[in-house]
Design a protein. Structure first.
Length: 251
């Protein structure tokens, strides 16, 4: 299938492993010039070697540490300088931050900074360029809307949903779409730490996932690929779960 992505440019965060890595790879294989950023840049350099380039796509690795103020704006400028402009932004950096009831302000701030503030800063740095060219795609991987515990990341991701919805209405007249994807139990480093054995994975799947298994990074990255393409021009302001049916809410 032709996604209409060949010749596009993208900035993808969180590309050292998991969903971000797979999304960057799929985009590059579709002919997209991808600036892929992560703290563990050596892993991104390995990914770049996996791209055969037959369709014109490639991976350009860059190092980033989103715990540092100003990194979002720096990466945005570097990506625009390397690519000329950025058509697609994939926000995949982040991490779970479980906190106790008596967590400190610093613990909450750290979780909110990584999982909301840096996403907002990076996106707002790139939106003017997208508006100027009259086309853009912003896809952010978020988290559950059915939390079972206190987790600063869950709170931050909820903020992303509200912010992204408001932003989508503002930039829609400029040909820019903004969408969120909620991963369910996708096989990544973070999930495998929580379910280290096949038995633990199968037990959870039987109890909580109607399709009866964990998902792959390719299954959710493919949805991101669609939302990044010209084919999804009428889809914006949405939050789409990719979770095998495990979410219980109707809307």
């Amino acid at each position: 299938m032709d996604w209409g992505l060949k010749g596009k440019t993208a900035l993808v965060t969180g590309t050292s492993q998991g969903i971000g890595r797979t999304t960057a790879k799929l985009l590059a294989n579709e002919g997209v010039q991808v600036v892929a950023v992560a703290r563990r840049v050596e892993l991104v350099e390995q990914l770049a070697k996996e791209i055969n380039g037959t369709n014109g796509g490639k991976i350009i690795p860059l190092t980033v540490d989103f715990s540092v103020d100003g990194e979002s704006e720096r990466i945005a400028k570097e990506a625009e300088a390397l690519l000329g402009h950025v058509d697609i932004l994939i926000n995949a950096a982040g991490g779970s931050r479980p906190v106790p009831f008596d967590a400190t302000k610093e613990q909450w701030l750290e979780g909110m900074t990584l999982n909301f503030f840096r996403i907002r800063e990076l996106t707002h740095a790139l939106v003017p360029g997208m508006q100027k060219q009259g086309w853009g795609r912003i896809v952010t991987f978020t988290g559950t809307s059915e939390p079972r515990m206190l987790n600063a990341a869950f709170t931050a991701k909820a903020a992303v949903h509200v912010w992204a919805k408001a932003l989508s209405r503002e930039v829609a007249p400029h040909g820019v779409t903004v969408n969120c994807l909620q991963p369910g139990r996708i096989r990544t480093e973070q999930i495998q730490k929580r379910y280290p054995t096949l038995e633990s994975e199968l037990e959870y799947s039987r109890q909580e996932i109607p399709v009866g298994r964990f998902g792959t990074t390719e299954e959710i990255a493919s949805v991101a690929l669609f939302l990044s393409s010209p084919l999804a021009s009428y889809v914006t302001g949405t939050v789409i779960p990719v979770d095998g049916g495990s979410s219980r809410f109707a809307f």
